[in-house]
Design a protein around this ligand. Structure first.
Ligand SMILES: NC(=O)c1ccc[n+]([C@@H]2O[C@H](COP(=O)([O-])OP(=O)(O)OC[C@H]3O[C@@H](n4cnc5c(N)ncnc54)[C@H](OP(=O)(O)O)[C@@H]3O)[C@@H](O)[C@H]2O)c1
Length: 260
């Protein structure tokens, strides 16, 4: 079955106004998928939509909402109406660098809401019709941060542990339904993420967002989780053999250095 018959006709991409989400939008449109793009910055969504409609002749809906608002998901559902969403890309997310005790409690709560609660609510909204149709998929943006504690980014790392374990659990629960679930774990990737988080990238070399996106779309039928990049794979596998305390100490040094 080709990509569109398996995950079409429409893909929902959250966080489509920048970074990885923008590349999901481009690569999915290039596969002939109609799109529903979600993020807060309406001007960016509209510009992207116009570009994609012109280039690929696909239908593109834009929903400019703050996903942490309770009205956001009902608004998206109303916009989509009876259209079939066959792929959900739960990508919107952010991190924040710095000492926990100096952080704003509200921002940490928002982070947990956007990175963990929103994907769960979106999955409740969009996966049941996929299971009923016997086909579909969901990609969840986890991170290599999920493989060890991330001091000075500790809440962010914990949200990504949630994303990884939840997606791996769902992959097994949905086996045999025709609905595939994949957690993609990028390492440092060249997007606006680092500026938003208040620092610079931790890795020596950042990945290209388009490569991360390509890998996840390729691996989706297999489900489970995938780490992007051979060095990230070595490091995340290596944490199984290192004492957890040691991994956390190394992570603390790297992240502290990367703070603004
Ligand atoms: N870049 C990395 O190094 C890296 C590594 C591992 C994992 N990840 C994960 O990859 C995902 C995408 O991040 P990125 O690197 O592409 O970052 P990015 O360039 O900062 O993009 C984040 C996207 O999320 C949207 N967003 C943020 N808050 C939102 C809200 N409250 N409601 C709706 N949309 C919101 C932003 O759009 P608006 O501002 O317009 O709302 C933007 O489109 C995140 O889940 C991140 O944790 C990133």
């Amino acid at each position: 079955m080709d990509f569109q018959s398996r995950y079409g006709p429409m893909a929902m991409v959250t966080g489509a106004s920048a970074g990885l989400g923008l590349h999901y939008a481009h690569q999915l449109a290039a596969k002939g998928m109609d799109l529903c793009l979600v993020a807060r910055r309406q001007d960016r969504l509209e510009q992207l939509a116009e570009n994609l409609r012109g280039k690929y002749a696909v239908e593109v809906l834009c929903c400019a909402v703050d996903l942490t608002n309770a009205e956001a998901i009902p608004a998206i559902q109303e916009l989509v109406g009876p259209r079939e969403v066959g792929l959900l890309v739960a990508n919107a997310g952010f991190g924040a660098k710095g000492a926990f005790l100096e952080a704003d409690a509200h921002i940490n709560a928002q982070m947990i809401q956007l990175n963990c609660v929103v994907p769960v609510l979106m999955a409740h909204a969009f996966l049941p019709p996929m299971v009923a149709r016997g086909r579909g998929g969901m990609i969840v943006l986890a991170s290599t941060s999920a493989y060890q504690a991330t001091p000075f980014m500790s809440v962010y790392g914990a949200t990504k542990v949630f994303d990884l374990h939840w997606s791996e659990g769902l992959t097994q629960e949905l086996r045999g339904t025709g609905v595939d679930v994949l957690a993609i774990c990028p390492g440092s990737t060249d997007t606006e993420f680092h500026a938003v988080a208040g620092g610079v990238a931790t890795g020596l070399k950042m990945a290209k967002p388009e490569d991360v996106v390509r890998l996840s779309l390729h691996r989706l039928p297999r489900g489970g989780s995938t780490v992007h990049g051979w060095w990230n794979r070595v490091m995340s596998f290596g944490t199984r053999f290192a004492p957890r305390r040691l991994s956390a100490i190394v992570a603390a040094r790297l992240i502290q250095k990367s703070q603004r």
